[in-house]
Design a protein around this ligand. Structure first.
Ligand SMILES: C[S@@+](CC[C@H](N)C(=O)[O-])C[C@H]1O[C@@H](n2cnc3c(N)ncnc32)[C@H](O)[C@@H]1O
Length: 408
């Protein structure tokens, strides 16, 4: 039935534990979200990232996660001939932890990046979270100016880099850019469809006529415009979730990368066009009925990477999705852990390091359910010499993280 298909009941136990991971990295001194409610959606009124909120994400678990992602961007910058300027554009930065850790890498590699004009651009809809991000990244409470057409907030990071906030990717200036979306696409709204004897039907939300104030899932009595537009003729599944907003965003990223160069790294819960009913809600680190108290829980659906790939419309090359544990291993997390363990004096820090490594890498925790997916301009994966000299044997610079790490 539609109800059965559209509830969170058949989500695997692995995914149920998704945001209930306890003991994240210590948050001492980090600003907490403002609990005052405002009228709108979940992110604009709650935005509960971190241990005290509704979910804990990988960057919140260990700074090593952001470090390795920072290294991925520096590696792509070097592989593309060290352009004179780049923008780091993060979609949905949460508390700003990931950009904070990436900025630490950029700062540590200051001598390498000294001649490069770096700027940070955050796309964030939540006023509350943008305040938290500003405090985390600039150390200041910044004045927001909603009237400003270019960016609604501006500042300078603690490491001296210009930083800007926008509500929409289209407001971010064009130019060679590194895009980052970690646990962003899964937060965007989806359409749900169920195959029936009469053909595909959209799953809609209705008010239960028998119980006051209760919402329920129903099947549309006939085909809807979304059903006509979003179901692929070759679809074999019986239940499908489609996120058109993700499709539009990917098209925008692909168009920008094709024109200006750079790379996009997307990390999220997801599948390659195989899963069916993944829509679920989380509140206070527990699974929460998606229809109960709308706007108070974090609603999420797995990202369909096959759909994202399709929506690039061949404008860029794509890599992945590959599992988080593979990506981090390829990025050298084991080596980094060894160095950190050797440099730490006390057993508490060592235990903390091992614990956070296990959270990120264990296939039963975050290692297998998160995926990494990249968009790159086609020329990045085409041999530069081969065009002019087909016999050339010069190796193509590999894209870090998506192939095995070879230590010389
Ligand atoms: C699950 S949080 C992820 C936070 C962060 N990337 C991390 O991994 O810790 C989702 C983020 O996306 C933002 N967000 C949600 N919908 C958005 C939209 N349509 N446009 C821009 N940001 C959005 C939220 O406010 C929040 O910062």
């Amino acid at each position: 039935s539609s109800k059965q298909a559209a509830t969170a009941q058949n989500v695997s136990p692995l995914l149920r534990s998704r945001r209930s991971f306890a003991s994240a990295r210590p948050q001492a001194g980090r600003p907490r979200p403002d609990p005052r409610p405002s009228p709108q959606g979940y992110y604009t009124r709650r935005g509960g990232v971190g241990e005290s909120g509704d979910f804990v994400t990988s960057p919140e678990i260990s700074p090593v996660f952001g470090e390795l992602i920072g290294i991925w961007y520096v590696s792509e910058w070097i592989a593309t001939g060290k352009p004179k300027a780049f923008q780091l554009v993060e979609l949905g930065p949460g508390r700003g932890t990931l950009t904070h850790d990436i900025l630490r890498v950029f700062n540590q590699l200051a001598s390498l990046l000294s001649k490069c004009d770096v700027s940070i651009h955050l796309v964030e809809v939540s006023p509350k979270l943008s305040e938290i991000q500003a405090l985390m990244l600039t150390g200041e409470k910044l004045q927001s100016n909603p009237e400003d057409k270019s960016a609604y907030m501006k500042g300078i990071t603690k490491t001296g880099i210009p930083i800007f906030w926008y509500r929409d990717i289209q407001d971010v200036p064009q130019g060679y850019s590194f895009y980052l979306a970690h646990e962003f696409f899964d937060a965007l709204p989806i359409h749900k469809f169920q195959r029936t004897e009469k053909g595909w039907r959209e799953v809609l939300v209705d008010i239960d006529p028998e119980v006051p104030n209760r919402l329920r899932f129903v099947l549309a009595p006939s085909s809807t415009p979304a059903t006509e537009n979003f179901i692929q003729p070759e679809e074999t599944r019986d239940h499908v979730e489609v996120c058109p907003e993700a499709g539009v965003l990917i098209q925008r990223l692909a168009t920008r990368l094709e024109k200006d160069g750079g790379a996009a790294l997307i990390a999220d819960y997801g599948h390659d066009g195989t899963k069916t009913d993944t829509f679920r809600g989380f509140r206070n680190h527990k699974l929460h009925d998606v229809l109960k108290a709308p706007g108070t829980a974090d609603l999420t659906a797995d990202v369909d990477f096959s759909y994202l790939r399709k929506m690039t419309q061949g404008r860029t090359a794509t890599l992945g999705p590959i599992k988080q544990r593979e990506f981090l291993k390829n990025m050298g997390i084991d080596l980094r852990l060894q160095v950190l363990l050797q440099n730490s004096q006390d057993t508490t820090t060592q235990e903390q390091l091992l614990h956070s490594y296990d959270m990120l890498m264990n296939p039963k925790k975050m290692g297998d359910c998160f995926n990494f997916f990249a968009l790159l301009p086609h020329h990045r994966l085409t041999h530069p010499d081969k065009k002019h000299n087909p016999q050339s044997r010069a190796p193509l610079v590999p894209v870090a993280g998506f192939g095995e790490l070879l230590l010389k």
